[in-house]
Design a protein around this ligand. Structure first.
Ligand code: SF4
Ligand code: SF4
Length: 289
């Protein structure tokens, strides 16, 4: 019998991605998040399904049914129309899968020749910490896979004790810094940024801070108002840390965020210049169109 027990609720897997950490990466998106970001571009990854069944009847392909009180998804019937995500009252997804560490290892082995590493993302990845620790341990212990880097993409809300469990098997973390001032962060995400600053500090001290990401929402986020303070802070981070600027777009967002102005090429470029003139090196991509 396998000693591996941890399982995860997985919302999606990408077998190749070049935007979720360095190189070519297999990315596992876990279901569930402890933030309620107004700007979330994947809001159906926030909630955990409670098997209410509201998505079953609206599915136009009969791919959903209730079996012994649980919503069941038949992948072979699904057309990926995402009607179920639109109607879910719980910001959830009936197409999640329970996957064990061995399931993921098999997938990684199949693709490993083309990979630089794996990234666990979300939702908020670290809400399923035992699974991540067990998976990364298994990768580090496997002579055919241990060359792959193991990273997480996180909102930074994990506690110090949580990071301490992960650090021995973690090669790097990508952390979102969603706002500079506490009130702005609280308003935007529903949570304090105390843990985020604490996580960035801890990961910096262990040289495991791969990337800090700033999502620029013109007129909404406070980075431009606080440009001197934020520049001073970012410049103190380790040399390896990439500072990545993302331009807010409407794709996937719901609610009041649809009324916010998307960030255009000129605006993200101007934000980048404000940082580079203060001595920072940053990465960003101008939005298409
Ligand atoms: S995406 Fe959802 S609603 Fe659409 S076919 Fe698949 S299960 Fe049904
Ligand atoms: S995915 Fe949403 S609508 Fe469907 S059963 Fe789960 S909670 Fe209900």
């Amino acid at each position: 019998m396998s000693k591996r027990r941890a399982t995860a609720t997985v919302s999606k897997i990408l077998t190749f991605s070049c935007v979720d950490g360095p190189g070519n990466r297999l990315v596992i998106f876990l279901q569930g998040c402890n933030y309620q970001c107004k700007n979330c571009h994947n809001p159906h990854t926030i909630g955990v399904c409670n098997d209410c069944g509201d998505c079953v009847a609206p599915c136009p392909s009969n791919a959903l049914s209730m079996q012994k009180g649980n919503v069941t998804w038949q992948a072979e019937l699904c057309t990926q129309c995402d009607r179920c995500l639109e109607v879910c009252p719980n910001q959830s997804n009936p197409k999640t899968q329970q996957m064990g560490v061995e399931d993921i290892l098999q997938l990684v082995r199949k693709h490993q020749l083309f990979l630089s590493g794996i990234t666990i993302s979300g939702g908020e990845a670290t809400l399923q910490l035992p699974f991540i620790v067990e998976l990364f341990n298994a990768i580090k212990a496997d002579s055919g896979l241990q060359h792959l880097t193991c990273m997480v993409d996180s909102n930074g809300s994990l506690s110090v004790t949580g990071w301490e469990k992960l650090l021995p098997v973690l090669d790097g973390a990508m952390i979102d810094l969603k706002a500079w001032q506490e009130e702005t962060h609280l308003w935007l995400t529903g949570r304090s940024h105390h843990r985020v600053i604490q996580s960035i500090k801890l990961l910096s001290r262990h040289d495991k801070l791969e990337e800090v990401r700033l999502l620029h929402i013109p007129g909404i986020t406070d980075f431009e108002h606080e440009i001197d303070a934020i520049s001073h802070y970012l410049i103190s981070l380790p040399e390896r840390t990439v500072i990545r600027l993302n331009a807010f777009q409407h794709h996937g967002v719901t609610g009041q965020a649809l009324k916010w102005e998307p960030c255009n090429g000129g605006q993200i470029k101007a934000f980048a210049e404000q940082l580079t003139t203060r001595g920072l090196s940053v990465l960003y991509r101008e939005p298409l169109g």
